[in-house]
Design a protein around this ligand. Structure first.
Ligand SMILES: Cc1cc2nc3c(=O)[nH]c(=O)nc-3n(C[C@H](O)[C@H](O)[C@H](O)COP(=O)(O)O)c2cc1C
Length: 140
């Protein structure tokens, strides 16, 4: 079998959701502590960006594994209104070093542009890849 015959079936999935008021920073840290070993075991990598209002998460890995995790995340009561922004096949991961990088985006002067895009995404149902690239940069 040549290396070209190895079928890669990896995807990147991105969603945005509304953070519940009761999901405080302590609760988010709990999610992180549980998610990291889970993702490592499932060979999933990704990043979670959050503000006072939103979560934006990137998940990467084998398609069926990512889809199953996403289904479980959608049922999670710590956020609501989960909207899928992107699901695409990938040859290469963007967050290969992290089982789950978590970053809080403070609503300050420096982050105004990103917050504005995030607020726009919060209302929109789709996204273009250049908007997503902004978040990739903010997370890396
Ligand atoms: C915003 C958000 C992001 C999450 N991200 C992950 C994740 O990357 N990996 C994970 O295993 N669980 C994640 N969870 C938790 C899952 O919804 C679910 O509770 C967890 O996978 C169940 O893990 P367990 O089988 O160890 O109980 C997330 C939850 C929320 C609210």
């Amino acid at each position: 079998m040549t290396s070209q015959a190895i079928i890669q079936n990896e995807i990147q999935l991105v969603y945005i959701s509304d953070r519940c008021a009761s999901t405080d920073d302590v609760a988010i840290n709990k999610i992180k502590l549980r998610a990291e070993p889970n993702n490592l075991r499932r060979n999933i990598t990704g990043a979670l960006l959050f503000t006072e209002r939103y979560f934006l998460q990137y998940l990467e890995g084998e398609a069926a594994v990512v889809d199953a995790l996403y289904a479980s995340i959608c049922r999670d009561k710590r956020h609501t209104n989960v909207r899928l922004l992107l699901r695409k096949p990938i040859q290469q991961r963007d967050f290969s070093r992290w089982s789950l990088g978590v970053k809080k985006l403070l609503d300050n002067e420096e982050n105004q542009d990103l917050i504005a895009v995030l607020n726009m995404l919060g209302q929109a149902s789709n996204i273009n890849e250049s908007q997503l690239d902004w978040f990739k940069l903010a997370l890396k």
